[in-house]
Design a protein around this ligand. Structure first.
Ligand SMILES: [Zn+2]
Length: 483
């Protein structure tokens, strides 16, 4: 009945068009109103900053479980940095280096070594010149970017940690804090000054004595220097480390999770101002920087998963690995050009269909993950479709899966997976699993096999563009429970 279907089609099109019109009608004034609200908001922000009010984005910091000291070294890297790294290695402690872009360009290998040793790197601007950095926030911002680039080139590192040369007191106003915060940087002053730079050549004994005076709070951020001329700091360092060890402190590098110390405002020593145009420009640049960080965060997460996978002790058959060609077919052309490594793409575009006996489980793109060609799927969906059940043990940070006589525990606090069956336990260290936004993702093939089933086939269904995995439910485990 072609005429009927034409009428149908016509109705659908007109319905669609009227809906569009209604949407456009409502959207237009709304977006204008939004723009106006944004302008108003920006103006308000500008006025507040101008009045000296500091504005922060909401952040959650983590308080360490034991007293912790964060050793920080400013103004390097220099010829002294190697010796500092040696001492830290000998003492088995980690620290933070707030580096100058200029120095990073001179000693890139020392940056790489510090990174390799596990220390945190911070941005201490490019050239440390107060009269340049504090005569205009635009110059400060530019030097942060220059140093970022230098660190990227030297050691492929990016950092959210920033320390203001000379500290923020009397130097930073609300505008300085605002753009850095908006961009996602954390500005760290300190709460214990070793006094190693109050004049040239402060002797080691005096530095140690100053540190001994504390104060010794739960989180000590200790200021020291490894720039040229700070031989006495290097000399004092072993004693300083032992002092904190004796007091029971843990040592840790700074991270964005550490609540920063910010000095009170103080009277600004500099004569400068921020106009509305510069404010708009820097706000926009801060927004761009935030996006760069977000992208970087995503890469980091993938990177750490891959590292863990590197330590995976594979027992039994390997997981299915999708070829690069298959993944490209699945992703279409959308990722071309911006996808450096197809094998690492963790958010494939195609739906994943899992055939489980007579049932089916479909994951839309974004609802499962793919790491190095392995599918990771939400454990609860998988196990329930197989006829088992999953539970989350909050206190242990562990997901437990019950299937027949088997129990698998995905332990995120110890980064291990334990398989229990018949009173026997097998432990897998650093398995490929992820906890993301409250969902536990587990490797499909490995999980299926550990539950006594196996994958019959997998491939791309070219007709519907889905990835298809067929699982044979063996051993009669499915639906043997009353639930
Ligand atoms: Zn400095």
């Amino acid at each position: 009945m072609p005429s009927l279907s034409h009428v149908h089609l016509f109705r659908r099109i007109s319905l669609f068009l009227s809906l569009m019109l209604v949407m456009i009608y409502f959207m237009e004034p709304v977006s204008k109103a939004n723009a106006a609200a944004n302008d108003e908001e920006r103006q308000e922000t500008y006025e507040q900053l101008k009045s000296g009010k500091r504005i922060w984005t909401d952040k959650a910091y983590v308080k360490p479980e034991q007293p912790t000291v964060y050793l920080t070294f400013d103004d390097g890297p220099s010829k002294l940095t190697d010796r500092v790294l040696d001492i830290l290695r000998e003492e088995g402690v980690l620290a933070t280096f707030f580096m100058l872009g200029e120095q990073v360009e001179t000693y890139p290998e020392k940056v790489r070594q510090a990174v390799k040793d596990g220390h945190a790197i911070g941005n201490h601007t490019y050239n440390h010149k107060y009269n340049e950095l504090y005569s205009s926030v635009a110059t400060f911002w530019k030097q942060i970017e220059q140093t970022e680039q230098a660190l990227d080139e030297a050691a492929d590192v990016r950092t959210k940690l920033v320390r203001a040369p000379g500290g923020t007191f009397g130097n930073f106003d609300a505008f300085y804090y605002y753009y850095l915060d908006q961009a996602g940087f954390e500005v760290h002053d300190w709460n214990v000054d070793s006094g190693d730079s109050k004049r040239v050549g402060v002797p080691a004994s005096e530095i140690i004595q100053t540190v001994k005076n504390g104060p010794f709070g739960d989180e000590v951020i200790l200021l020291m220097h490894d720039g040229t001329g700070h031989e006495q700091t290097v000399k004092a360092l072993p004693d300083i480390i032992r002092l904190f060890k004796a007091k029971g402190y843990a040592f840790a590098p700074l991270s964005p999770q550490v609540k920063p110390v910010h000095f009170s405002a103080g009277k600004i020593k500099w004569n400068r101002s921020v106009g509305q145009a510069l404010h708009n420009k820097l706000s926009a640049e801060a927004g761009e920087q935030r996006l760069v960080f977000e992208e970087w965060n995503a890469e980091q997460e993938q990177g750490s998963t891959q590292q863990e996978a590197g330590g995976l002790q594979v027992q039994g058959p390997a997981e299915e690995v999708w070829s690069v060609q298959e993944q490209q077919v699945l992703k279409g052309t959308a990722f071309e050009g911006n996808n450096r490594n197809v094998g690492n793409q963790s958010m494939p575009f195609a739906p994943l269909e899992i055939i489980l006996g007579s049932g089916k489980l479909l994951f839309e793109p974004g609802k499962y993950r793919m790491i190095d060609g392995h599918n990771l799927v939400p454990v609860r969906n998988l196990i329930e479709a197989m006829g088992g059940h999953a539970e989350w043990r909050e206190g242990q940070h562990t997901a437990a899966v019950h299937y027949g006589s088997r129990v698998i525990e995905y332990d995120f606090s110890h980064h291990e997976m334990r398989v229990n069956q018949g009173g026997k336990q097998t432990v897998y260290h650093l398995p490929q699993m992820e906890l993301r936004d409250g969902t536990v993702y587990v490797p499909l093939r490995k999980t299926v096999e550990l539950l006594g089933s196996h994958i019959v086939s997998y491939g791309v269904d070219k007709d519907n563009g889905r990835m298809q995995v067929e699982v044979a439910l063996t051993g009669g485990y499915a639906f043997t429970y009353g639930f």
